[in-house]
Structures are given as C-alpha cells and as structure tokens.
Design a protein around this ligand. Structure first.
Ligand code: ZN
Length: 234
C-alpha cells in the first residue's frame, strides 16, 4: 500500500505550478515551555540545506486534519522508491500539500512525513512537533520520530542526495538532541496495520541502503557518515 501510494503520488504530482519561496530554516533551540522547534536551524556552512516551507501541508487539512504532538526522539530514514524522472522533493511535497497521498489502512487516512530531500532541495511538509504517518501506523516509529524521505528519481544525483541527507540528519540530531543510535531505517519499525491488525513485518526501506533486504554494510556506512557530520557540528 505504501509503495502504491507513492506511485499514485507520482501520477498526480505532475509538473506543478506556483512559485517557490525558499527560506533558511529559522527554528530555535530551547524554546520557552519546552516546546519543540517546528524547523531546525541550518548552520551557515551548509546553506545548501535550506528548507523550503512553501508546500507545507495546510494546518487543519489533509494529513494535518488531526494533529498529534511529537517530541522527536528518533529520525526515521526512508527512500521514496519512486524512480521516475521529475519525482524529486518538490513533486512529493506538492502531493502532500494537496492531499493526494491518501492511505487506506492507517487511522489518519493520509500518509505524511516531515522532510523530503533530493540532490538540490529540501521540502518540509510537517512541523517537527507534529507526528507523521510514514513508519508503522500507530506504532512508536510514528509516535516518536521525524520522517525523512530521500528521493531516488533517475534524473537526480543519488550520491549527492545521500550526502545531503546525511548532513541534514546531523542537523536534526543536533537540533533535537537525538543520539546516533536513534537514527534508524524505516526497517527498524515492525508494522502492524491499523485498520485490520495485519502484521506486515519489516519494510526493506530505505531500499537503496539495504543489503539483501535488510540493514547491512551500506546502511552502516551511511550511519558512519552521519556520525562524522554530527561531530563537525560540535
Ligand atoms: Zn519507508
């Protein structure tokens, strides 16, 4: 279902209209009252990781019609498995923004996640203090993690996307005080479908970093890269 939803997304995303309003993420750490920053601050040295918030899911609509608070303790890494040309971050964010990523088997009726990254852009779809529906239905993955989708469109530069995703994950770790041990692949969360209680096991996601369908050397190399970038941030 998850995969089919993405294909549906691709079909509906199209070229998209409107114009982009890019902005550097302006989140703040240590907000009053222990509130969680909606957006992480981007360090000056990595300005290419600027976050575009122009296609956020509208508050109160679609996947945000029933917002639930999130205090992020994990980052969950995904890949879109959408290899079509043009299926970059904007196309996916546009689908979320317009409510086209419907889902039959979760309690919300929509898929949602926080960030989509390609080789040039990062789009935010949900504030980091709201739960998404990207990992495990009503499970702890969705209840406690920020969801990051990496694009694999064939007209993108995957190596660059992976490097940008590693740096951006380091930024999230610092902003929300998340340890490297809590940076996990979607595979980490076993899935029990909400609607009918069917157990689906572990998803081989992010597929581009799995080895024989599960985390192995490629995933471990990616995590090591994230750890190195996190140390650079101090
Ligand atoms: Zn996934």
């Amino acid at each position: 279902m998850y995969r089919r939803d993405f294909i549906a997304c691709l079909a509906s995303a199209g070229a998209g209209g409107g114009f982009l309003v890019s902005c550097v993420g302006g989140g703040q750490m240590g907000l009053p009252g222990g509130r969680v920053a909606e957006t992480p601050p981007i360090p000056a040295r990595w300005r290419d990781l600027r976050i575009d918030r122009s296609l956020m899911i509208p508050a109160g609509k679609y996947a945000r019609h029933r917002p639930r608070r999130l205090r992020p303790r994990y980052v969950t890494i995904h890949a879109t498995d959408n290899f079509a040309r043009g299926a970059g971050a904007r196309a996916h964010a546009s689908g979320l923004h317009r409510g086209t990523h419907t889902a039959t088997y979760n309690s919300l009726g929509y898929l949602s996640w926080h960030f989509t990254i390609d080789d040039r852009t990062i789009y935010q779809s949900l504030p980091c203090d709201e739960q998404g529906q990207h990992a495990d239905y009503e499970g702890p993955g969705n209840r406690g993690s920020i969801g990051v989708e990496m694009c694999v469109n064939r007209d993108g530069d995957l190596r660059r996307t992976l490097d940008r995703s590693a740096r951006f994950t380091a930024v999230l770790m610092k902003a929300y005080r998340i340890p490297l041990a809590n940076v996990v692949p979607h595979y980490h969360w076993p899935r029990t479908r909400y609607k009918d209680g069917k157990y689906l096991g572990h998803k081989a996601c992010p597929s581009v970093l799995m080895t024989a369908g599960r985390p192995g050397p490629k995933w471990e190399g990616f995590v090591a890269k994230i750890g190195g970038y996190r140390r650079q941030l101090g």
